[in-house]
Design a protein around this ligand. Structure first.
Ligand code: C2E
Ligand code: CA
Ligand code: CA
Ligand code: CA
Length: 279
């Protein structure tokens, strides 16, 4: 950048400055968001493809910004991770999901498996085990109704400490799902070692299932491997009836996507629970 002339150097700095400014604004905004209750969870239902029953929901973070409106997680989660704010934010997510899950149970709805997304930072810093234990205890939500969604790359941090922590979490009774499965690394030995329960087939494979033979082959292979390892499979990003039919025919266990329902605020999900038992 040095020898590329005065102007580009100037623009380069300005651009960096803008990015840093945006980052700083988001970062201080996030701290306020957590303190002032601007963060919300939306819930997206998951259905069993054989029975058609509603079996679970994934909790997805939203930021209701006072000026900017609803901000998607892709914009603020990276900032939260870099700043470490994902630790208190993630703890809030866990507590809120447990509390909400218990509320739905108390209202007489059938037990749902509630999934939370976890960032690698929550495993490395922060007190994940205590946070989970406390949230389950306070809420009274049975541990087997809580599912942790981790990415493949996280489990490649194959340290003894990591294995130990995940095993302690499993012993508490929570479930373990691998998110975006198929997009990460090829070593699959971690699936057994970490006592994984479920694979979430990444939406990039599901989306083009009917038109892209490579994607169809990958989805078929994942479902077969999961079945032989005794793991459940969820297809993510199911947007059409045709894809829903195909993944069911391939033997996938569960599905989630716009074809069934978009993520919705807790109140709307409560209405959904009252109206819907099956797809
Ligand atoms: P993800 O965990 O893979 O979540 C699935 C994303 O796909 C969600 O985007 C969801 O709204 C979207 N989606 C669901 N069905 C469909 C569909 O049929 N078609 C399409 N095109 N998209 C669909 P969202 O809510 O914007 O979340 C994006 C990512 O942000 C998540 O990806 C997850 O990695 C992260 N995230 C969300 N909430 C949390 C959280 O509480 N903690 C952490 N650490 N990360 C979170
Ligand atoms: Ca997820
Ligand atoms: Ca995913
Ligand atoms: Ca493709």
């Amino acid at each position: 950048a040095k020898e590329s002339g005065r102007n580009s150097h100037h623009f380069f700095n300005e651009d960096m400055g803008q990015q840093a400014g945006e980052h700083l604004r988001l970062r201080s905004g996030l701290r306020r968001a957590l303190e002032q209750g601007e963060l919300q969870l939306h819930y997206q239902p998951q259905f069993d493809l054989r029975s058609g029953a509603l079996v679970g929901a994934e909790a997805l973070l939203r930021w209701q910004h006072p000026e900017q409106g609803l901000i998607a997680p892709a914009r603020f989660i990276p900032v939260a991770e870099e700043s470490g704010l994902i630790v208190p934010i993630g703890a809030w997510v866990i507590e809120e999901v447990c509390r909400q899950g218990r509320t739905w149970l108390d209202a007489g709805h059938p037990p749902l498996l509630l999934a939370v997304n976890l960032s690698a930072v929550q495993f490395k810093r922060g007190d994940l085990e205590d946070t989970l234990r406390r949230a389950l205890q306070h809420s009274g939500l049975p541990a087997h109704q809580l599912e942790l969604e981790l990415t493949e790359s996280l489990l490649l941090h194959n340290t003894h400490a990591m294995l130990d922590l995940v095993r302690r979490l499993k012993r508490m009774g929570v479930k373990l799902a691998i998110d975006d499965f198929g997009t990460g690394y090829s070593s699959l030995s971690y699936l057994k070692r970490f006592e994984v329960d479920k694979l979430k087939i990444d939406q990039t494979f599901v989306r083009d299932l009917l038109t892209d033979p490579d994607d169809a082959a990958i989805v078929r292979a994942i479902i077969q491997m999961a079945a032989s390892l005794g793991l459940r499979t969820v297809a993510e990003g199911v947007e059409t009836a045709a894809v829903a039919e195909r993944i069911a025919a391939l033997g996938c266990d569960e599905a989630q996507g716009y074809h069934y329902a978009r993520p919705m605020p807790a109140a709307a999900f409560t209405d959904f629970l009252q109206r819907t038992a099956k797809i």
